[in-house]
Design a protein around this ligand. Sequence first.
Ligand SMILES: NC(=O)c1ccc[n+]([C@@H]2O[C@H](COP(=O)([O-])OP(=O)(O)OC[C@H]3O[C@@H](n4cnc5c(N)ncnc54)[C@H](OP(=O)(O)O)[C@@H]3O)[C@@H](O)[C@H]2O)c1
Length: 164
Amino acid sequence: MDNLSLIAAIGNYFELGLDNHLIWKIPEDLVFYKKMTMGKNIIMGRKTFESMPSVALKGRNPIILSSHTLDNVCDVITFDDFHKLIDYVKKTNEEFMVVGGSSIYEQFLPYVNTMYLTELQNNEPFEADTFFPYFDETEWNIQLMNSFMDNDIPYIRNKYVRKR
Ligand SMILES: NC(=O)c1ccc[n+]([C@@H]2O[C@H](COP(=O)([O-])OP(=O)(O)OC[C@H]3O[C@@H](n4cnc5c(N)ncnc54)[C@H](OP(=O)(O)O)[C@@H]3O)[C@@H](O)[C@H]2O)c1
């Protein structure tokens, strides 16, 4: 789907999060996240929604997937069914960005056309309880966007565009 992209920061061992939080703090990556999501529809799971500071939602249009009614939340759209949400995305030309977490990446990955992955170059695995799903790199054109090898945590950023 051309109007559906994905953004994530992943460890070398596909680590994503621990105890419903990000594992690392990379200020430059938060700036990139802001640039890529501002003004867009952002799709996330209920757990990621609950873990996000309000500043990460401000100026975006959050769409939350949850099987429950979410109490005390406003200015968000909720869906209780993945396929209803996919139909909603299909019916519009607006841009949608999938922002996690693990269960959401797993379900949406087959449908996204573009992925922006910040890829940490850690030698040892980070402690993690959620992981980015496996994907076959040969199905994607990969463009190196940036590399930050002199940081405390070296990382690169790749843009993946699905081969047609
Ligand atoms: N490194 C990164 O770039 C990045 C980005 C985002 C998140 N994360 C991390 O990822 C972790 C969270 O990932 P997660 O997999 O545990 O949780 P999640 O994907 O954020 O949320 C899972 C919840 O979403 C709802 N959901 C998922 N699929 C659904 C479906 N088909 N129908 C209805 N509801 C559905 C369910 O909510 P209900 O239980 O309410 O039904 C489910 O419990 C955290 O550690 C977070 O920090 C990392």
